[in-house]
Design a protein around this ligand. Structure first.
Ligand code: FES
Ligand code: CO
Length: 331
């Protein structure tokens, strides 16, 4: 399954502390735990008698950090191998006494996990987001948002400027000013880029003082992630880059985070999160109302959707998914 070969965000980095945490990804139960800085993601099942390792605890031993199973106290080291069986302290556990370890890393304030090695042509790292790691930008993580639709529906919503005047009236758009201008779309096997898409915004960010034309640039380099950069055309110094990162939770549900990177915006982190929460609360009922919840594309699509000229970006995104071979609605 191609989705197992992609990096997926699973939780915000700051929520993973000393205690191990259990969560689901693509039908796998995972335990996540930290050893000093490093993050580990393993199958949440002890190979001894199947107890959940996420109910255990992290130990600091002279041999290094270990995860202790809650049932019989077996200890597992980084990599997943059992190194100590308290009931038989002289027993040397063989290599096979191990839990499955998956690849895990942190990027952009989130923990990312990949279940299987990727086929050629798939991205080898979580999507790039330079501003989120640049000390010249402030980074704020918003979410998680559990959403009752598929990840691609949410990506399309993020790429879509033409809903602003209706869903976000008075915030990101005005119905009397709904025209979307231009946008140069370039497509490649790795994704797509959009430059100079333009929309009128009465209040394009938390502290915006008045309406302005706002230029949007988009980047998609992962099927369930998208990045936008926006700059007001009237010289306003506030700059925002916002990434949407989504974990698919089956065909009809997903969990999303927005990671914002901002410059020259004096609003507090809480105000930025409130703004994003408000905007997303406007999107939610509409995107959750869309049927089917999986994008209706590809040969197996049972319904067709029609398009307008302002839908060029979502059409390019659909082509990207099809190039990747993601069988929508069945993955
Ligand atoms: Fe984990 Fe026995 S079930 S130590
Ligand atoms: Co919206």
């Amino acid at each position: 399954m191609i989705e197992r070969q992609l990096w997926h965000p699973v939780l915000a980095s700051h929520t993973l502390r000393e205690a191990p945490l259990g969560l689901g990804l693509l039908g796998e139960s995972l335990v996540l735990w930290r050893d000093h800085g490093a993050v580990h993601a393993w199958a949440d099942r002890c190979p001894h008698r199947g107890a959940r390792l996420s109910l255990g605890r992290v130990l600091t031993t002279v041999q290094g950090p270990r995860l202790e199973c809650p049932y019989h106290g077996w200890q597992f080291e980084a990599g997943g191998r059992c190194r100590h069986v308290p009931a038989s302290p002289d027993f040397q556990p063989p290599v096979g006494h191990a839990t499955t370890a998956f690849e895990a890393r942190e990027a952009h304030g989130l923990v990312w996990v990949r279940l299987d090695a990727p086929a050629a042509g798939l991205p080898d790292a979580p999507p790039a987001f330079a501003e989120a790691g640049d000390p010249g930008w402030r980074r704020v993580v918003c979410g998680p948002y559990a959403v009752a639709t598929s990840a691609p529906r949410l990506v399309e919503n993020f790429l879509d400027l033409s809903h602003f005047g209706f869903v976000h009236e008075g915030w990101l758009g005005e119905r009397g000013h709904a025209q979307v201008l231009g946008g140069v779309v370039s497509e490649s096997p790795q994704g797509l880029q959009v430059l100079k898409a333009r929309a009128w915004q009465p209040r394009g960010y938390a502290e915006a003082g008045g309406g302005a034309w706002v230029d949007y640039a988009y980047e998609v380099s992962h099927p369930y992630a998208a990045l936008l950069r926006k700059d007001a055309s009237d010289g306003d110094p506030v700059r925002n880059a916002i990434a949407l990162f989504i974990r698919p939770d089956g065909d009809e549900a997903c969990t999303a985070w927005f990671v914002m990177a901002t410059q020259n915006d004096r609003s507090s982190d809480e105000a930025l999160v409130d703004f994003q929460d408000t905007v997303f609360a406007q999107d939610r009922p509409v995107v959750e109302s869309q049927t089917p919840k999986a994008l209706p594309i590809g040969r197996t699509a049972r319904v067709a959707e029609v398009h307008g000229p302002a839908d060029r970006v979502s059409s390019a995104y659909r082509r990207y998914l099809q190039r990747l071979g993601i069988a929508l609605g069945t993955c």
